[in-house]
Design a protein around this ligand. Sequence first.
Ligand SMILES: [Cu+2]
Length: 316
Amino acid sequence: MRTKNGFWLRTLSFLFLIFCTVGTIPPASAHAILIKSEPVAGSTIKALPEMVTLTFDTPLLNAPGTKVNSIVVTDPMRMKASTANSVVSGASISNVLNPPMLMDGIYHVSFRIVSNDGHPVTGDFIFHVDHNLNEASTGPTTTAAPHSGSMILSSDLTGEGITDEIGSDSGYAIGKFLAKFDTSEFCAKIRTRNLNNVLAIHIHPTNTNTLTVKDEILLPVDLDAINSSDYVCKKVDGKSLDFVAQQPGNYVVMLHTEDFPKGAVGGVLVFEQKQDDGHSGTPLATLFRLWPLAPLVALGLLVALLRSKRIPCRRA
Ligand SMILES: [Cu+2]
């Protein structure tokens, strides 16, 4: 009797051991599965959002500073619209978009991610941007009167200007903007302080009812505008420029950094000056641009003065 009990006990223990061992081996289907994306895969949206976010069914390997997880977005011209570093948060990964220009058409998203268990997964999908979407069903849309010439705008960007999220508390930026209506260009020069690794700069519309900043990019700003002494211009949609000119206070400049991908500093656009002749700046501004010649001019004047008064140069 004793030996029979011992046999069953050993057999059960053995089976239990096998069960436990098999149970701890991760099944082959543990690879992360994309369960959600913004924009939704295959969808058509009215405007390009400021970032693409993918959510998986399992946490991703978080290795900041490395490129183990990446998202690449290309625009309808197959130009890269994503930024170098994607940000991982739990089971989600986001990439702030920095499109060379805004256009309707097919955007392509491809990703390579590594889940916490070390399995790499790749995939891709598309979404469409069509700014005429829903226009027929919503009736007449608001239009802005066409502008001519140019307009100078400015913005003070602070962390407090980021209303939906927590912005940088030490970062600061001052932006000067030039809207050229005749050539449909939006130009910028931006001075920054305590803001490292800037990913993208966007002009966003605000929702005037809820006073929140919309996700869509109205105008992209070239990163070369940072600490540039001259305006750096981008070809943009003329209608968007007219909207901004009509009501600058309804638009927010937002600067995204690696530390604050959802916005480090932001500020509303402020009207400064309008020129109708198509030339930017005032005569004073033109004079100011020539300031490097000032010492030469001063020297010339001094020489002329010395000659006219015939003051002899003393020798030491
Ligand atoms: Cu933005």
